[in-house]
Design a protein around this ligand. Sequence first.
Ligand SMILES: Nc1nc2c(ncn2[C@@H]2O[C@H](COP(=O)(O)OP(=O)(O)OP(=O)(O)O)[C@@H](O)[C@H]2O)c(=O)[nH]1
Ligand SMILES: [Mg+2]
Length: 325
Amino acid sequence: MRLKSFTANSLPEAMRRVREALGPDAVILSTQPSDDGKGVRVTAALEDSPLESLAFDDPEDAAVSIDEIGEALAYHRVPPGLFDRLIGASAALPAENEILALGGALDNEFDFAALPEGPTPRPLMLIGPPGAGKTAAAAKLCARVRLAGGQASLITMDTVKSGGMAQITAFAEALGARLESAPDIDTLAALAEACPKDRFVVIDTVGANPFDGQDMGRLARAARAARADPIAVLPAGGDAADCAEAAIAFAEVGAARLIVTKIDTARRFGGFLSAAQAGGLALMAAGASPHISDGLLPFNPVSLARLLLPARAISRQTASARETG
Ligand SMILES: Nc1nc2c(ncn2[C@@H]2O[C@H](COP(=O)(O)OP(=O)(O)OP(=O)(O)O)[C@@H](O)[C@H]2O)c(=O)[nH]1
Ligand SMILES: [Mg+2]
């Protein structure tokens, strides 16, 4: 895969440059405001034929520092197997800087899921350990849908925790989302069934211990009864092996996507990378603030590479994007 970024004054102009340089088959990986805030930066990728993928576009591309990527992954305590695959892929990909090399490697290794802005085929059910940030993430998901002009319903199963109802009622009122409470599985099934199909529906659950079979059984029954898609919610930080085992437990209950919370309270992200990899979970979004108004941040390979790499690699990317633009 070949990755390249393009900076221009407008999106149509940036897209024209993408097509000119990479042709009609280029895939857009990310669209962000440019660093000076006046334009737009588009990162695009092109799948190469196997032979082409062995050649660098430009001899200068070989200047990507694999050591720098290795240091960053070691800092994040990325476990050895995943570390080797990411380094191997970063070294094999023709890219103009570390961000794009690691972005391409992350793209090979992980799936990325879109953040919904409207109704989903089935209700989403947020599951995770106590205090992971499930309720805040549910509110942030509703906020995103409301901002896009859609209707949202929040169903909470957490009806007994002291202060729990007050917390979620305040969120629902502030967001203009409909709130319903489901103290048991039958009520949950009835409420989920009754929700109009043109509404975004998210179910907030009670914190569950991934290493407790009863807790996991309860979540599996709830997801089946509500015909919901479970989404694992795990906080950033923590031991990579623990995160991986927790992710596998939540995947067994049916989770195929991951929302990572509290990336603002951790410095090392090997834990959630390990969770996504071990559980086969697509990275969906990150929470970086306790405030609902700050929302969830969508993930893509390039934004994740920027999160993992040190500031000097990011400033080099900015410089090379300016040259390209
Ligand atoms: N700094 C920071 N705090 C967060 C984030 N997400 C949630 N929190 C805070 O973490 C605490 C727990 O969040 P909740 O959303 O209540 O977590 P929960 O998983 O619903 O908790 P239980 O229902 O008790 O299992 C609250 O104080 C939130 O404000 C985040 O991304 N960053
Ligand atoms: Mg909660």
